[in-house]
Design a binder for this molecule. Structure first.
Ligand code: FES
Length: 194
């Protein structure tokens, strides 16, 4: 490389990337995977949100919240997109997503039923409550019903131990839930009475 070229690179007059010289810094190309579930418009919305941020430094969790709000969940392609967009390793994004139980990598049903399996709830029979949900909905934990209405999850203490055993359906809390209450809770949501 001749000294003039080196000098210009040094002065930021010429940029070098991927084996090519260019006179302007180019935006990093960030591929947007497109499928029926992951349409380009949703990536555009996420991109607009990220580009509108004053700084993305330390904003990974906020961005993932937004991404989950837009897509409903965080599939691998969305996580990789965020990583590329922020110029950070995919492993960093995967690590954050798997650490926080709030984030989900699978699509969720319209209603997410979270049965608390923390100690206080467990000793008061949360395991039996969750078994009844499984039986009634014909799914296992972390699965979605065929009609896309319900997702069942086991969660850690939700901070309402005085009401144990606790079940949450989306943001609504049901306390002191008995096995006999399960059918009622499901049917309320099926009939959209809640
Ligand atoms: S253990 Fe269930 S709310 Fe705390």
């Amino acid at each position: 490389m001749d000294s003039k070229l080196l000098n210009n690179i040094h002065k930021n007059k010429i940029f070098y990337r991927d084996g090519e010289f260019m006179t302007k810094p180019q935006a990093i190309s960030v591929t947007k995977p497109v499928s029926e579930d992951l349409p380009k418009e949703k990536f555009d919305e996420l991109e607009e949100f990220i580009d509108g941020m004053e700084t993305t430094k330390g904003a990974l969790i906020e961005i993932l919240h937004k991404a989950q709000h837009i897509f409903g969940y965080l599939p691998r392609d969305v996580q990789l997109y965020v990583a590329r967009k922020l110029g950070i390793p995919g492993a960093e994004v995967f690590g954050v997503v798997s650490f926080y139980s709030y984030f989900t990598t699978k699509p969720r049903g319209k209603y997410t039923i979270s049965v608390c399996m923390g100690t206080a709830c467990f000793v008061k029979g949360a395991d039996k409550v969750t078994e009844r949900f499984k039986e009634k909905l014909k799914i296992e934990s972390n699965e979605i019903t065929e009609d896309g209405q319900f997702t069942l999850r086991d969660v850690r203490c939700v901070g309402a131990c005085g009401l144990a055993p606790v079940v949450m359906v989306n943001d609504k809390v049901f306390g002191r839930v008995k096995v006999e209450d399960v059918d009622d809770i499901i049917s309320k949501y099926e009939k959209q009475e809640v």
